[in-house]
Design a protein around this ligand. Structure first.
Ligand code: KIV
Length: 272
């Protein structure tokens, strides 16, 4: 099965079938209806309304000021713009860490806005919350490795999982999230070999960003892939506008590169 042959909204069961068939899953961040339409026509499987909208839409230095209302607003716009991609919405900083009940209330608002799954940052410490949400009908994607909402605790946007102890902690985090019922795991900025190990270990969909080619899929931040922000880019960012005839062509190239495994290449990958 290919997602291209499905004309209705993809479900998490459809993504699971792609994963089981060994087809790479292509995800983009998206924040509005026009790009949702364009990315859908390029064949993207899933769209993430990321709290990176704090950076790329609102102009903040971090994702920390983003609110549930912001994510809900952009989720509704994305949903109106497309009919097929599976829609994942980020839970912003401060909207889920307090208690499972707080997380449920805010996740429910994002589902009401059109999300089919919520993503939240953290490992073992979030397992009880993930379990609470999943038991109440809310699909959850975990997010481990570099977790931008913890930028101040981490001391910057740094590669994670280096060294035996850090790698072991990430393995325990991934297993705890899977055991709690997460059906997708976003893995950010860790050595490729560790991401490959985590992918085998958990046996659920892993979506990488700066985590090498062996994840089940890749997420690309829209503005990075289309070379919009000026300045130095993270190592894993590829400019898909390079050689493309249009934004649509760049999006098609990005989806194709994820599907055929040519992105990310070794030059986009961190070593252990
Ligand atoms: O908000 C975001 O864009 C993210 C990225 C890691 C994809 O979570």
């Amino acid at each position: 099965m290919s997602a291209q042959t499905i004309t209705r909204r993809l479900t998490q069961a459809d993504l699971a079938k792609l994963y089981q068939a060994g087809e790479k899953i292509a995800q983009f961040t998206c924040y509005d209806a026009s790009f949702a339409r364009l990315l859908e026509s390029a064949g993207v499987d899933t769209l993430l309304i990321g709290d990176s909208l704090g950076n790329v839409i609102q102009g903040h230095d971090t994702t920390l000021p983003v609110s549930v209302a912001d994510i809900a607003y952009h989720t509704a716009a994305v949903k109106r713009g497309c009919e097929r991609p599976f829609i994942v919405a980020d839970m912003p900083f401060g909207s889920y860490q307090e208690s499972p009940a707080q997380a449920f209330r805010n996740a429910a608002a994002l589902l009401a806005a059109g999300a089919q799954m919520v993503k939240l940052e953290g490992g073992q410490e979030m397992a009880a919350t993930v379990e609470f949400l999943v038991a109440r009908g809310i699909p959850v994607c975990g997010h481990i490795g570099l977790t931008p909402q913890s930028v101040h605790a981490l001391g910057g946007y740094k590669v994670q999982g280096k060294g035996e102890a850090a790698a072991q902690r990430l393995k325990s985090d991934a297993q705890a999230l899977k055991a709690a019922g997460a059906t997708m795991l976003l893995i950010e900025a860790i050595p490729a070999a560790l991401a490959a190990e985590l992918t085998t270990l958990v046996g659920i969909i892993t979506i990488g960003i700066g985590a090498g080619k062996d994840c089940s899929g890749q997420v690309m931040v829209l503005h990075d892939a289309f070379d919009i922000p000026p300045g130095k880019k993270a190592k894993f960012v590829k400019n898909f506008m390079d050689g493309a005839s249009s934004i649509h062509d760049a999006a098609c190239r990005a989806v194709a590169a994820v599907k055929d495994g040519s992105y990310p290449g070794p030059e986009h990958t961190y070593a252990g």
